[in-house]
Ligand binder design. Sequence first.
Ligand SMILES: *Cc1c(COP(=O)(O)O)cnc(C)c1O
Length: 421
Amino acid sequence: MSLQERDKKHLWHPLKQHQTHPESLGIVKAKGCILTDENGNEYIDAISSWYTCMFGHCNDYITSRVYDQMQTLDQIMFSDFTHEPAVKLSEELIKILPKNQNRIFFNDNGSTAVEAGIKMALQYYFNIGEKRNTFIAFENGFHGDTFGAMSVSGLSVYNGPFEDYLMDIQRIPVPNGENNQAILNQLKQIVSENNVAGFIYEPLVQGAAGMKIHKAEDLDVVLKFCKENNILNIADEVMTGLGKTGTNFASDQVATKPDIICLSKALTAGLVPMAITSCTEEIYEAFLSNDIAKGFFHCHTYSANPIACRAALASIELLQSKEIQENIAYISNAHKTFLEEIKNHPKVTSTRCKGVILAIDLKTNANRYGTLRDKLLKLFMKDGVFLRPLGNTIYIQPPYVITKEQLDKVYSTIEKVLDTL
Ligand SMILES: *Cc1c(COP(=O)(O)O)cnc(C)c1O
């Protein structure tokens, strides 16, 4: 029996209505940018398997570093012990993170990185004797699927059953230059009526919203206001971190630096799950006390797993290599050229790109998981390209190691599929 058939017996997939979508494609191999299914078909992974495998699947350098680590130290509690991969990773991350970051806290996925960031902000104020219980977040932000992360996420179409149990959040629109003053007025109102602990945002590119891009100077208007009002800025760089927007972190392009940063996805290059919540020394110091309860009692069993730390170290090393930096620049420029070509296509309403992220909005009212979206996905797969449209948005986020030929094939497949619509 095929994987696809055996799968149906016991498995429950994420983000899936099994009644209408019973099939899951069996993938048997992934190398570089190519996925191979159980029937031997090959696909270019044009979205880096949810923005993780930026150095290509099963990258030889990363897997060899991880293999070596597996022979020496696999897992150890991070509550009372420490180890070289974690220490080294903290040193390497602090070198490249925005200058105000000085502490690294480990988690195991993007949602829990956000969860820890939210708890850090709340407890920071608790520890210094201020009761603050609200967060500000963007209307269509996405920050994960655990309760805190779900609460701050504005994309709540699928959160219906949980809405009564979520935290109270104050939502603001994404600034676009024209609405900046209106947002500032709204922020003043929010601050006068609430005790706000933090503002959480996806800097420059909102991933799940459909790769929506905003300008650094507009975002900075909000960040500056929050800073001046002692609201902790929490940058959710789970998607944007590690080179996606053309700089190591999207926050590098924004004048006001965040107090807390969440990282995951590309951090471990898609090899193993891990996440990080970093913060300033000032936040960390508010947790130092002779009172044990002022410590941060948040822990995941696999915190700072040595193998995951080793994968992260290898990806940070690769990210900083001349080759990868050149590839990122190449992809960014290729995206711009392609968008010039495609933007006047009759099926296209708008286009945008930032770093290696490219998005095209189509002239249709496709539902997020509707039939057009399914049709598009099938057409792309038939042509050997794995793309996963979000509603009526087609986006690319290719591995940095994608070849010119592979990237051109992704572009031409998009063009071809648009022509058939
Ligand atoms: C994917 C994502 C998350 C959630 O990460 P998981 O590892 O899926 O829990 C949070 N924030 C952003 C911006 C993301 O893109």
